[in-house]
Write a protein that binds this ligand. Sequence first.
Ligand code: ADP
Length: 629
Amino acid sequence: MATKQFKAESKRLLDLMIHSIYTHKEIFLRELISNASDAIDKLYYRALSENITGLSRDDFAITLTIDKGNRTLTVSDNGCGMTKEELENNLGTIAKSGSLAFKKENEAKDDIDIIGQFGVGFYSAFMVADEVKVISRSYQGDEAWCWQSKGSEGYTISSAEKDSHGTDIVLKIKESSDEENYDEFLDQYRIESLVKKYSDYIRYPIKMEKTKSRKKEDSDEYESYTEVETLNSMVPIWKKNKNEVSHEDYCQFYKDKFFDYNDPLRVIHSSTEGASTYNALLFIPEKPAFDYYSRDFEKGLQLYASGVLIMDKCADLLPDCFSFVRGLVDSQDLSLNISREMLQHDRQLKLIESRLEKKIKSELLSMLKNDREKYETFWKGFGRQIKYGLYSSFGANSELLSDLLLFYSSSEKKLSTLEEYVGRMPEGQKYIYYACGDSLERIDQLPQAELVKDKGYEILYFTEDVDEFVTKMMPVYKEKEFRSVSADDLGLENEEEKEETQKQQEENKDLFGAIKEALGERVEEVRLSRRLKNAACCLTAKGQVSLEMERVLNAMPGEQKVKAERVLELNPDHEIFPILQKLYPDHPEVLADYAELLYAQALIREGMLPEDPTAFSAVLCRLMEQKEK
Ligand code: ADP
């Protein structure tokens, strides 16, 4: 029989398993038992949806068998089983399993740790066995097959005998050595304690034939007898009372089930009775999954109907803005063979969704209030999603999400909520000021912000693409309007000052006109500015599209480009201003060169480059030469 090779990734994981350190080896049992449980789930669910008769929930079980003489431990289930092709596809490669994706993401981290903290599936069997046989018969056929492997060399598949559907995993336990004791995996008490430790919540009985001894009747002698015992309590963790479940239990459950390496930041465990009866167990992860911000990410909660898994990712249970939440809902009110299409219109589901939405929000708020550090960790990973949630609902979610927002504050030098910002607003401050830029440092240097800062007003720093768009959808918070430091009217001038500006603007009209002419299409207008203190000039935009929005929108794929209507603003109090006044109208060429320099420096301070660097260099050189003359 030909020996087949494992796919490359599988081989790597396999090598890792075989050479893993000893203390983590025991988790192989948990892995095999959860596979067995999944296989039963699958069969049970399919039986319901495909109308397969003759199966009763009570018949399902996972059986552990120890054979000390042959050094084997067998994990059997009467679940869906595997066809020959499935054996080949599922056990010949792990490319599809969550483990690999996880490993890719964490390539740099210690391999060993991954094994301890994170489920690695079927291959973990090779941590304790030097040979593994998988005898399986699919519920769809009557042929059985035996997959067999001694590890990295490869595997064989041959025909086998099996009376009914399901899978037997037979582990040939390694010999103990001076350093490592494998005999314990042939010890019934040790196996029993591992089941209790890792697999207690499994919803099917895990049975084992135990050898016990008792005193013979009318004699002092002992005799041994065997008895089949169920080792697990079978109560799923979400059906237990909160006070029966430790934080560690929740964390372990989360990591096993949702393939995360980190503990969740928060656990929400709730049971609700009334209009809709359900248990929910939700987790707020610490960090986004590697594919979270990609198109491939699929949101959703596991959905159980009376303890039976009916859907792995039920999207309708989770609002988009909270798509990072992992977890499950178990409801008695749902029918077991409800179809996906029907689920979408299910009233119960909508009801549950809106309750969960409130729950998640209040959990996040409580984290924000009581555990700021944790909340900021959360914000780092998922703040963007919350903002998108606000934006993409066209503001409809403002009430739900606005209190969860954090922005960096110019005066506090740390993240601040809007509520905190508004609370600090001195009397007379009309607006919530913000400034956009790609980093905190750059925003700090923005000339546009000078006056607002000088007035002692706080500015929120918008460093993410989505930030300014959020304010377009939610223009007002607690009756305070958002205002960009680049906006036309900052609400800082009184009538007198306004008049003065107007007057000066009028007096210099021709100068501004000449500069505008020199710059051509690149700017819409050149005008006098009151927002500048130290800088000579800055760039702002008229109309709806800000410079920041222009950048963000144009970075998106698509033909249509937008253009901000740029305005070059000049500071009348800067030393350069009288020089410009002097140049006009007698030296139009020099004024034109100066216009280039002013425009270029304003661009650079915005983090942009002059459109034509060659022309810009030429201007610089020309002016340097002139200085020499
Ligand atoms: P994962 O469980 O993460 O998908 P595994 O390596 O543990 O990865 O298992 C690979 C696949 O093999 C499973 O997804 C499942 O389809 C199949 N499998 C494993 N054990 C069993 C079993 N006892 N019965 C039926 N199928 C199984």
